[in-house]
Design a protein around this ligand. Sequence first.
Ligand code: FAD
Length: 277
Amino acid sequence: MDTSNFSIEFYPPKTAEGADKLRVARAKLAGHNPKYFSVTFGAGGSTQQGTLDTVREILAEGHVGAPHLSCVGGSRESVREVLNQFKLAGVSRIVALRGDLPSGYGGAGEFRYASELVEFIRAETGDAFHIEVAAYPEVHPQARSPEDDLQNFARKVRAGADAAITQYFYNADAYFQFMEQSRRLGIDVPVVPGIMPITNYTQLMRFSDMCGAEIPRWVRLKLASFGDDSASIKAFGLDVVTALCERLLAGGAPGLHFYSMNQAGPTTALWQRLAGK
Ligand code: FAD
């Protein structure tokens, strides 16, 4: 199987120990030759320095590093400043997002939607960056309707996005439907499925509730039935997610983007299965 369009996501570590662990994980994952490593960005700029530091390390190690940039809570001036820092660091690709402000955070800032951020990046920096945006085959939780969400995705692409990465999902049909409907709107950019390995039942349920990803009933019941048996959860999760990835790639997905959660093991297990090793 062709793994040359596989990419891997990290979040910026909060402590020196976390940074050391991430270096070790990254060294292992780099052995698979991912297309790029991306690094998330806390809404309101909360992880800005950590994102930049991590991306700098990735670039210094000779890999492609793509910082995420979320605009909610930011101003034109603050985003301009971040873009300058990215340019100076040698960044050539960005994942552009709206972000979610933590409750209690002050104003929403000067950007309402990711489409406005993409428009701003293009106006400020031309073609300096390859821009990726987020897509939601199972519909963004705040969307007024699936149709509205699709139109908003199209708006981001028309504003200048080159490609998209999806929120994670476990229903391949949701992705194929989304692709079909996007094509009908004339959207033909690559949309790479975001893949969340399954390793921990409680964590998976919590994340999925927050981001609107559906865990199929049979998967949920099986995972719950394993209780604290982490080895069985991981083995079953690996089977389920490998089958999902195989189906997506066979159906024309242009690559895969792994949410590594800063761990080498789960992504490596999937990668090796997919590569037939
Ligand atoms: P948008 O595309 O702006 O959409 C947000 C909502 O607004 C949707 O419901 C959409 O339908 C609606 N909408 C859009 N435009 C309009 C309009 N003109 N009028 C009315 N409604 C509209 N979050 C972070 O904070 N940091 C990260 O690093 C990060 N990385 C991510 C990476 C990926 C691949 C994905 C899938 C998500 C990531 N997120 C990240 C989470 C993301 O910020 C949230 O899902 C957020 O709620 C939406 O961001 P967006 O860029 O998709 O927003």
